[in-house]
Design a protein around this ligand. Structure first.
Ligand SMILES: Nc1ncnc2c1ncn2[C@@H]1O[C@H](COP(=O)(O)OP(=O)(O)O)[C@@H](O)[C@H]1O
Ligand SMILES: [Mg+2]
Length: 497
């Protein structure tokens, strides 16, 4: 028993006080009594010198303990103490006066704070703090097969992300920070601080955290489709134009919320495709707040060291450490260029003098299709022209996001509105195409269950005089296809099913 190394009594409905005899457990490395109904003094010696406040959180009221816990001292009720502390006579006169003055000051302060809070509330309407669960280390070990290789989703800069299945069957992503890496503690704290109070459908949801002396992990909602980067560059996956447009609108919506939706603006500082994750409906969620900054009471902040990613980092952040919302707008512009051209800013074709943004600007001036990811228009179809036109508009907007001077960059709100307009135009052109198509194929001749793309292909075949062969192949695969749609067709009976 004296060799006990770990004691987790969290969430056990325990009442009473922590026995001081526990200080004799000199090997105790992990101790957790959070989420109980304990009270009284926290022992001040032995292993208790190493435990953090998280070991004691959510109880009825602790006092004392080692100084780093910053708890109030415990009241001393012993009779000797009260005799020793007998008040001098003049205190009976001074005390009521001091208390009255003190009460008036407190009252004034509360009034000022309440006014400020109601003003902030009117401006931003912040959400109530999100309730994060505490998940024990052993639950995580069990959920991830002891952090096994087969459960690892990715190895990032500050640690690894694992897929985990809890005992109740829920699937989670667990981001374990490698505390040997310099800055990992800070990164964990930063993610916790930022994500504690924010909640939005386009941000990765934090379910809980787990931390003890030598372990830090964030428990996140699991996003089964991985990152935007994976979808852009893998040969097995493909995102069409509409999906990409929806994802960048999701990212801009998340940034708009971070920049304008909360009393203290939040700057993500590391926006890039690997930090945009996709759920099963392909909705985009911005994640990885490891270097995010809260701009409390200012438009910008000066940082001594910059950790953001080369290629996406705004020039003023890279060279002077100046963080503002416009840094995210810059990275968003690069992300737009990359998403629709499928060219990484770090691609070897780019140099210091001619980076991705210079290349895009150049191609916009001398319009060239190279600007567009060819996969989006290959093979070309009736929507290709519309797609190219929309991408040129997006690229023009991306250029205004990436101008050198942060003051001249547009606000994320304007970028979001512009993207939404482009989507409306795209959809209306699409439905226009659809209508045009209907007039070409008389409705009585068209099977109502036929896909638009199939109809479009048939129209093209009609125009190109290739009707016969294409139609036969369609007849072979489509049971309910009306034969009368193509009176010119000489189909073979073996093909009709
Ligand atoms: N919630 C999640 N669901 C699924 N995969 C995730 C999740 N969070 C992170 N990942 C994967 O792990 C990678 C690294 O995670 P990230 O939070 O960006 O950490 P790092 O700080 O190491 O870059 C992501 O690019 C993504 O592939
Ligand atoms: Mg990342």
């Amino acid at each position: 028993m004296v060799n006990l190394e770990s004691l987790d009594l969290s969430q056990n409905n325990l009442t009473g006080e922590i026995p001081t005899s526990l200080i004799s457990l000199s090997h105790l490395k992990y101790f957790n009594v959070s989420f109980n109904h304990l009270h009284g003094k926290i022992p001040e010696n032995g292993s208790f010198l190493n435990f953090t406040i998280e070991s004691f959180m959510s109880n009825e009221g602790f006092c004392g303990g080692p100084a780093h816990l910053r708890l109030l001292p415990c009241p001393n009720n012993s009779p000797q103490a009260s005799r020793r502390k007998r008040f001098p006579r003049f205190a009976y006169i001074l005390l009521p006066t001091a208390l009255t003055v003190f009460a008036v000051i407190i009252f004034e302060l509360v009034l000022i704070m309440a006014q400020r809070r109601s003003r902030n509330h009117a401006q931003t309407n912040p959400l109530p703090p999100t309730a994060h669960e505490r998940i024990s280390y052993y639950d995580l070990v069990h959920a991830t097969n002891d952090f096994g290789e087969s459960n690892m989703i990715a190895k990032g800069s500050y640690g690894s992300v694992y897929k985990g299945v809890l005992r109740d069957g829920s699937i989670l992503a667990i981001k374990v920070f490698n505390l040997q890496v310099e800055g990992a503690f800070k990164s964990f704290d930063s993610e916790c601080e930022v994500l504690r109070n924010i909640r939005h459908r386009n941000l990765v949801k934090v379910i809980g955290s787990c931390s003890n002396l030598d372990f830090r992990a964030l428990v996140l909602e699991y996003l089964p489709n991985g990152s935007l980067e994976r979808w852009l560059y893998s040969h097995n996956y493909f995102l069409d134009f509409r999906q990409r447009l929806n994802i960048v609108i999701d990212v801009a919506t998340a940034l708009d919320y971070l920049h304008h939706g909360y009393s203290s603006p939040i700057v993500h500082c590391d926006l890039k495709p690997s930090n945009v994750l996709l759920d099963q409906d392909m909705t985009g969620h911005v994640g990885d707040f490891g270097i995010a900054k809260l701009l409390s009471g200012g438009e910008s902040k000066a940082m001594t060291n910059t950790l953001a990613t080369i290629g996406y980092i705004a020039p003023e952040y890279g060279s002077e450490g100046k963080v503002s919302r416009k840094c995210d707008v810059y990275s968003f512009g690069i992300l737009l260029m990359e998403t629709f051209s499928r060219k990484k800013p770090t691609d070897e074709m780019f140099t210091e003098d001619c980076g991705l943004k210079d290349w895009v600007r150049h191609l916009l001036q001398n319009p060239e299709l190279d600007l567009v990811d060819h996969n989006l228009i290959t093979p070309p179809d009736e929507n290709s022209t519309t797609i190219v036109q929309c991408i040129f508009k997006i690229m023009e907007m991306a250029v205004t996001c990436t101008v050198k001077s942060p003051e001249e960059r547009i606000d994320i709100k304007d970028a979001l509105n512009e993207l939404k307009n482009i989507k409306v135009q795209f959809l209306s052109k699409l439905s226009h195409q659809k209508a045009k198509l209907k007039t070409k194929l008389p409705s009585s001749n068209v099977d109502s269950g036929m896909e638009l793309a199939d109809r479009l292909r048939l129209i093209r075949c009609l125009e190109e005089g290739k009707l016969q062969c294409v139609t036969i192949s369609y007849l072979c695969s489509m049971v309910s296809f009306p034969v009368i749609a193509f009176p010119r067709l000489n189909y073979s009976s073996s093909c009709v099913m």
